[in-house]
Design a protein around this ligand. Sequence first.
Ligand code: ADP
Ligand code: MG
Length: 255
Amino acid sequence: MEALTYARVHEHLGKLKLKRVATVLDRVAEDAAKGEIPYVEFLDKLLEEEVATRLTRTVEMRTKLARFPFIKTMDRFDFKFQPSIDERLVRELATLRFIANAENVIFLGPPGVGKTHLAIALGLAAIAQGQHVYFLSAGELTNLLSEQMPARLAALCKPKLLIIDEMGYLPFDRPAANFLFQLVGRRYERGSIMLTSNKTYGEWGDIFSDQVLAAAILDRLLHHSVTISIRGESYRLKDKRKGGVFQAEEVRAKT
Ligand code: ADP
Ligand code: MG
């Protein structure tokens, strides 16, 4: 390539913000010259590099924006350890059809059985498919209340998948329950909510200290939804049990 042309190509790549093409141009052009690769194939290689790099960057950015408390994927989940989970159903959820249909997913079960892990794994799968995901705990949700509510509500309606973790550990007072009711109503049939809870649906009245409001929230939440009830041992305690150092106090301390 002539020096002038080369300089101009780089200038254009800069203007078009094709950073990755600029980086790999020399190598790909050299390979193409050596291999006598057709022009279209050469262009195809360059564009593929750019698209792949942008996708990786988008996924990284959206993963950060989702604010997951930890990063765990589906292939790190040991389904054999938790036989009460219908693996086929979880794999079906991983196709993310539920997001396209604005359906909700609820994981119920005691602490340590993998509710948050599975919610994050599905969230990561959604991000890899180009979706916006946002994760927050129920406690964080109630903390948002002191600030401007309509703006908060609008923001929480934007992501295609909203994950609310740990419903039931802390009580919702009246304004918090009202906020959740509005949120569930606004997202109803528009955007998926994924929720984890240590409480059965029958106990939700206790979370809100209001049976009627609890019923109204559940009514909308569960209309188009999948519930995965996990019964089993805490994964966190499995090594302790194996080692024989398990004590009831430890369970209480963790829950
Ligand atoms: P929960 O939200 O139900 O309290 P977590 O999803 O936070 O439980 O799981 C607790 C820890 O144990 C996490 O580090 C999680 O990755 C891990 N874990 C739970 N279940 C499994 C499993 N079946 N296979 C692999 N890791 C698991
Ligand atoms: Mg959890």
